[in-house]
Design a binder for this molecule. Structure first.
Ligand SMILES: [Zn+2]
Length: 459
């Protein structure tokens, strides 16, 4: 349902927040520290180091069972993109085909005189209806399936509680933004696609601005990282990179999931770097530093702002597509579905369905825009944290829910982060170029082998 909603106009602002940033990190494992080696460490200067071999060595730390499971989980996600899309179209078909949408509009018109209130009421009813009708699918996708793969820490009650909060936010923000967009459509019947997309963009900026302070805390508690050497290292890296030091937060994601993750959110004065408690509790110090370096990359490289600009362009094009395609279908089926014109709110299911067609078709583009930023943040983080093995370890942890070695086009189409293989390989290439630096040599001396022992099969 999350993806379904995100294709809906109503959810732009809210779900954009979840879209940007995120360098999710991991599943649960009792302890994932690099283990003692069996091989003796050759002297740093003389030793052989090959980036390809080192990458393979890291990949080999995963058992075939763990790889098979993560491949299955991630490849299943490809189908979810399709099924989310199909479910969304089916709901639109239900509302339009049965005349439910038309009847709802007629009912609201009898109930209230003011047109904008009729629109607002219809939008609220629409959000409520689609949420309830797709609830079984939402539960399968977000709860049952997550438990099947051992990734969720939530019971059904807590999961539904979060869904209720999402619904409430969707009702408030979705109703406002769509009512405003409909007012724009009626005021400017020919150029609404341009002005309407601007309304969408303004709402995204608003959502990103208030996100860290008002939206994210609805679902999780955020608090400053606990004091200690770990925090001092992080603050030092922040100062070194011109980041306001108080902007590093921890949040209690473990109440929902076993994944490790971190993200950057907000804009200008509200930008915030946050790590989840799974990462703090389970990552090695090197791993946490590597992930922090990546997150600081998002901050320093202004990725939230760039993301807004990029996705704004996508939205403008999407609205132009909406105007064109809506008119075509209205001429053909308008009578049957009881849609008078584009300003008639009974056509909302059609607008949302058409936007989901656009969103579905541009999935590879969306992923590539995000993945490009992620690769930039990786490069920045590598130079800032100087923890190639910590970074590789984080990539290994990610493997539980992200297939390690996809094909070239598979990565372009479906990956919103670089694949584990590419992340480790880039880290090892970086390491090869810094092998004789004092800190890297010292790390190698203290950790004679880069690899962890084979991972036990996950539950
Ligand atoms: Zn990231």
């Amino acid at each position: 349902m999350k993806r379904l909603m995100s294709t809906a106009l109503a959810a732009f602002a809210l779900f954009y927040l979840a879209g940007i940033a995120a360098a999710p990190e991991t599943p649960s494992k009792p302890d994932a520290r690099p283990a003692v080696s069996t091989a003796a460490a050759p002297a740093a200067a003389a030793r052989h180091f090959d980036a390809d071999e080192a990458t393979r060595e890291w990949l080999n730390t995963l058992s075939p069972e763990a790889r098979a499971k993560s491949d299955a989980y991630f490849e299943g996600g490809y189908w979810l993109i399709l099924w989310d899309f199909v479910v969304g179209l089916a709901v639109a078909g239900l509302l339009l085909g049965t005349g439910l949408s038309r009847r709802l509009r007629d009912f609201n018109e009898k109930l209230i005189k003011l047109r904008f209130l009729q629109t607002a009421l219809y939008v609220a009813e629409y959000i409520l209806f689609t949420t309830v009708v797709t609830l079984p699918w939402t539960i399968y996708e977000g709860y049952v399936r997550e438990h099947q793969y051992g990734m969720s820490n939530q019971d059904l009650g807590a999961f539904l509680g979060d869904q209720a909060k999402s619904l409430l936010l969707g009702l408030i923000f979705g109703t406002i933004v769509l009512t405003v967009i409909y007012a724009v459509i009626r005021k400017a019947p020919r150029t609404w696609w341009l002005w309407g997309s601007l309304v969408g963009v303004v709402f995204i900026v608003f959502g990103v601005l208030i996100g860290p302070t008002y939206l994210e805390p609805v679902f999780n508690k955020f608090y400053p990282l606990a004091d200690g050497p770990q925090k001092q290292q992080i603050l030092s890296m922040a100062r070194a990179n011109g980041i306001p030091a108080t902007d590093v937060y921890e949040f209690d994601a473990s109440k929902q999931t076993k994944r490790m993750s971190a993200h950057v959110s907000g804009l200008a004065g509200t930008t915030q770097i946050s790590l989840n408690d799974n990462l703090i509790n389970r990552g090695s110090p090197e791993e946490v530093q590597a992930v922090l370096g990546h997150e600081m990359g998002h901050y320093v490289l202004n990725h939230v702002f760039h993301g807004i600009v990029e996705f704004s362009l996508l939205i403008v094009v999407g609205f132009a597509f909406l105007k064109w395609s809506f008119e075509k279908l209205r001429v053909r089926y308008g009578q049957r579905w009881g849609i008078r014109d584009v300003g008639d709110v009974a056509g909302l299911p059609l607008l949302v369905a058409l936007y989901s067609v656009y969103g579905f078709a541009t999935t590879p583009l969306n992923n590539t825009l995000t993945r490009t930023q992620e690769a930039e943040a990786d490069a920045f983080g590598m130079n800032a944290a100087r923890q190639p093995d910590g970074f590789a370890q984080a990539a290994i942890h990610l493997s539980e829910y992200r297939k390690m070695e996809p094909g070239k086009w598979e990565e372009i189409f479906f990956y919103d982060h670089p694949s584990g293989y590419h992340r480790i390989h880039r880290a090892m290439v970086w390491k090869a170029e810094h092998l004789t630096d004092a800190d890297i040599a010292a790390y190698d001396a203290a950790h004679p082998i880069i690899a962890m022992p084979p991972e036990p099969a996950q539950k």
